[in-house]
Design a protein around this ligand. Structure first.
Ligand code: CP3
Length: 349
């Protein structure tokens, strides 16, 4: 049973495109396809906290499947959050609706870092269980697992919540590089453990989210971040599943993000995919890159953008259609279904 499922996923459009192998159509999924854009999600989540939901495998499986049933996308993404392994390692963190992760006692010193525990797989046994339940229900549709990258997680931990400037994060990075590297090394180690649990339970691909890496210059990214993200991605080299490396505002970082060891580099809407491919190199697939706000535009505008992105994506050895960042809660989900159908129709070969 397990090996049959694995074979099916190796043949899936998602995994084939990630490996630069021809596909019957361009695979499509949407970051935050599960979530507040769906009325069935809002109904299911009513009265249950985000982290409590994530600790319930039955709810995780149901929420993860909702967008697959509704849109017919080529992949599911596990319903979880980047702060889950941080909370599981003992940090007092909550996910506040409309804000995001909020950390009660931000990490700003060497002692704080030393208190950040090494994650044990048993700390996230509910994720293992959720992946098993979800993959059993998904059948042929591949499940994408994920983790937050060291920089993006460090930013939440140091700032205590979301930040526009990442000022405290950069102050620690520049002012106390030893503590910075110790923090990122622990976050990388825990991300690796978290991803290995998901792979062991059956995810078909993984995505490393470095959503806020675009706050850095290329030189600082290479010096302070790349070694840690590389440790995560190359640590999975033998795991046999494609690795996607994603960030926002990363036009100047695309080459370096590819070097970290990903098979696929996620690209936001600011960089056309053919330009991105020149920066990343000819041996990696790309994922993206419709501007999420385009989904609020008239259909003619959306259709023209989808055509442009499919054309530009042909410059890469493989293309996974996605948004440049997540689905906004106010987006009409029927538009996402139409975009999925359009990508499938236009790319059929
Ligand atoms: O379909 C999916 O992508 C679902 C799985 C998923 C969630 N978070 C669920 C979620 C994934 C892949 C994430 C990753 C995540 N979490 C990232 C990286 C991706 C990105 O968007 O850049 C980041 C930065 C976080 C931290 C976080 N968690 C933020 C910024 C927020 C939004 C806060 C808000 O309310 O606007 C969250 C909460 C969160 N994570 C929600 C969901 C569906 C919304 C919570 C809710 O429904 O109340």
């Amino acid at each position: 049973m397990g090996s049959m499922t694995t074979t099916t996923h190796t043949d899936s459009a998602l995994v084939r495109a990630a490996r630069g192998i021809d596909t019957p159509h361009t695979p499509v999924w949407f970051m935050r396809q599960a979530g507040r854009s769906l009325p069935e999600y809002r109904e299911l989540r009513a009265g249950i906290g985000m982290l409590d939901t994530i600790r319930r495998p039955d709810l995780v499986a149901e929420i993860t499947l909702q967008p697959v049933r509704r849109h017919g996308v080529d992949a599911a993404i596990l319903f979880s959050d980047i702060v889950v392994p941080v909370a599981a390692a003992g940090v007092d963190v909550d996910i506040v609706a409309g804000t995001g992760p909020v950390v009660a006692e931000p990490i700003r010193s060497a002692q704080d870092v030393a208190a950040l525990r090494r994650l044990d797989p048993s700390d996230v046994s509910y994720v293992d269980e959720a992946v098993r339940l979800t993959t059993a229900e998904l059948g042929d549709t591949p499940l994408i697992g994920f983790a937050g990258a060291p920089f993006t997680l460090a930013s939440y931990l140091i700032e205590g919540g979301p930040s526009r400037t990442h000022a405290k994060t950069k102050a620690l990075m520049y002012g106390d590089p030893d503590t910075w590297h110790a923090l990122c090394a622990r976050l990388a180690e825990n991300a690796l453990t978290f991803l290995r649990v998901q792979i062991g339970a059956g995810v078909a691909a993984v995505q490393l989210f470095d959503s806020w890496a675009g706050a850095l210059s290329e030189a600082d990214y290479r010096r302070y971040v790349l070694p840690h993200s590389t440790a995560v991605l190359t640590g999975l080299a033998e795991a046999g599943v494609p690795r996607i490396h994603f960030g926002v505002g990363t036009a100047e970082l695309l080459g370096a993000m590819g070097e970290a060891g990903a098979d696929v580099v996620g690209v936001d809407w600011r960089t056309p995919l053919d330009v991105a491919t020149r920066r990343i190199g000819p041996d990696k697939a790309v994922q993206g890159n419709l501007d999420p706000t385009t989904l609020l535009a008239p259909w003619e505008v959306i259709e023209a953008e989808v055509r442009r992105i499919l054309d530009q994506g042909r410059a890469a050895p493989g293309h996974i259609f996605n948004l440049g960042h997540g689905v906004l809660p106010e987006i009409d989900p029927t538009v996402l279904t139409r975009v999925t159908e359009l990508v499938h129709t236009l790319s059929a070969r």
